[in-house]
Design a protein around this ligand. Structure first.
Ligand SMILES: Cc1ncc(COP(=O)(O)O)c(C=O)c1O
Length: 473
């Protein structure tokens, strides 16, 4: 494709994206395709020759769009908001169009330095102190793995350069709660801590927050039993019910044992743009690392996961590589982001943030976040007031966890009822929400926060919920 052909095709593609976004609310929210249907609709073999864009876009319409669960749809209330603001989409396109290679500062000084600036702007926007230095990881899962590795090396005095974990005499222990995202457990396993050394700290039955007294007790017991507490992962906004762990107490307890504290604020980090929400991570300045995803509620298109660390030198020591082909005259004066995480080559991801912040602006983002919090409060009030309905966990942010409990329906019958009415809504294509288990029982989560979701959509969702849960609904 020549640059001029690209210009023409690019305009067509942008038009196609605009049409898609404008027509999204006429599509079913959950993909209605059967397993294997998309794959079967694609040719078995690659094309032999070049083709034209119109045919390709026709296939995008016919084959790809039906296979998308429309997370940008205003009636999407599933999982968590995965907004993709069009301003950040432009940044993504710019990043792709530039075709940069981020393997060292020298390979693209702008990539490194715009990323430094964006991480620092975002630090200021969420009210973190100047001690924090940031980088962009692909996801919070990777960020947590990096934190686990950094904690492991601090706890072992850089054992990776010697016998590694295999030569450690004291098992290293990891602490989190049952509300933590599955990526925390996965990161601990991948970092070599071993499943037997992951401690699940009990939570408060109402707030689902980590019980700090239990954490202190478990750490003390582990030390008595010859283990070494290495890391606590605290959730600020857990995935299921947006639980908030008591960070101030956690960092104090962890410090007594020299354990690392990683703050997983993947979803709720966006709320820290709002000064009135920052009490939720009170104590964060004494943690060791933080991750949060602008690619969730804030709306910078995937993949932008911010990872902040207090001791960047330690991270670089754990992650650094210095092969001869990557050395340059500027080493020593510049940031080499390859030493801040796992991959060598990186995309120019910070452009998504730059475009988002410059074109939409923080104030509009804050207004939207406040709108979503108010909508969640509104829904929670409706549910509270309705007969046989319960809000089952505190509504800290934009997720409302509910159960419909008709008289006499309990235990497994209640589970069946919950899955039945949720399934009915999801199959209808009119809206989507994702159930989850709480204390072994199914609940329905209504996660509000899609960019296009206004109060009228939340009200329509509440209507649908009542209809679907009613007898014969
Ligand atoms: C609290 C929390 N942590 C971590 C993750 C994992 O995020 P990612 O997909 O960026 O790895 C999620 C995703 O839902 C989450 O809600």
């Amino acid at each position: 494709m020549t640059p001029e052909e690209f210009r023409k095709a690019g305009h067509e593609l942008i038009d196609w994206i605009v049409d898609y976004r404008q027509g999204i609310d006429s599509m079913p929210v959950r993909a209605q395709v059967a397993p294997g249907e998309v794959r079967r609709s694609l040719p078995d073999h690659p094309p032999a020759d070049s083709g034209d864009l119109d045919a390709l876009l026709a296939d995008m319409d016919a084959l790809v769009l039906p296979g998308i669960t429309q997370v940008q749809h205003p009636m999407h209330f599933g999982w968590f908001p995965s907004n993709a603001s069009l301003a950040s989409v432009l940044g993504d396109i710019a990043s792709s169009g530039l075709g940069t290679l981020g393997i060292s500062w020298e390979s693209c000084p702008a990539l490194t330095e715009v990323e430094e600036a964006m991480c620092d702007w975002m630090r200021q926007l969420v009210g973190l102190g100047e001690q924090w230095q940031g980088t962009i990881q692909d996801t919070a899962s990777t960020a947590c793995l990096v934190a686990m590795l950094a904690a492991r090396e601090r706890a072992t005095g850089y054992s990776q350069c010697e016998g590694g974990l295999q030569s450690e005499s004291l098992p290293l222990t990891v602490y989190t709660t049952g509300e933590a995202h599955s990526s925390i457990n996965k990161a601990a396993l991948l970092a070599g801590y071993g499943g037997d050394n992951i401690r699940v700290v009990p939570v408060d039955p109402t707030t689902r927050s980590m019980l700090s007294g239990e954490l202190a007790g478990m750490m003390g017991e582990d030390v008595d039993n010859g283990c070494k507490p290495a890391i606590v992962v605290a959730a600020i906004g857990s995935t299921g019910v947006t639980a908030i762990d008591p960070l101030e107490e956690i960092v104090r307890i962890a410090a007594e044992h020299g354990a690392w504290v990683h703050v997983d604020a993947a979803m709720a980090g966006s709320a820290m743009l709002l000064p009135e929400c920052r009490w939720m991570w009170q104590g964060v300045e004494s943690a060791d690392s933080i991750s949060w995803n602008p690619h969730k509620w804030m709306g910078t298109i995937l993949d932008v996961s911010l990872f902040y660390i207090r001791d960047a030198q330690h991270l670089v020591r754990v992650m650094s590589t210095n092969p001869s082909y990557l050395r340059s005259h500027a080493d020593g004066e510049v940031t080499q982001y390859r030493d801040w995480g796992i991959p060598l080559g990186r995309r120019f991801r910070s452009l998504k943030l730059w475009f988002h912040l410059r074109l939409d602006g923080p104030e509009a983002i804050r207004r939207r976040l406040r709108r979503d919090i108010a909508n969640a409060q509104w829904l929670s009030e409706q549910v509270h007031a309705a007969k046989d309905w319960d809000v089952v966990t505190p509504v800290n942010l934009q997720t409302v966890c509910v159960q419909h409990k008709p008289a006499g329906v309990v235990g497994e019958s209640l589970d069946e009822h919950t899955l039945d009415w949720v399934g009915r809504i999801n199959r209808s294509g009119k809206a989507f929400l994702s159930p989850a288990k709480l204390d072994g029982r199914w609940i329905a989560r209504v996660s509000i926060g899609v960019e296009a979701t206004e109060r009228e959509h939340v009200a329509a969702m509440w209507e649908l919920m009542q209809e679907a849960a009613a007898p014969g609904g």
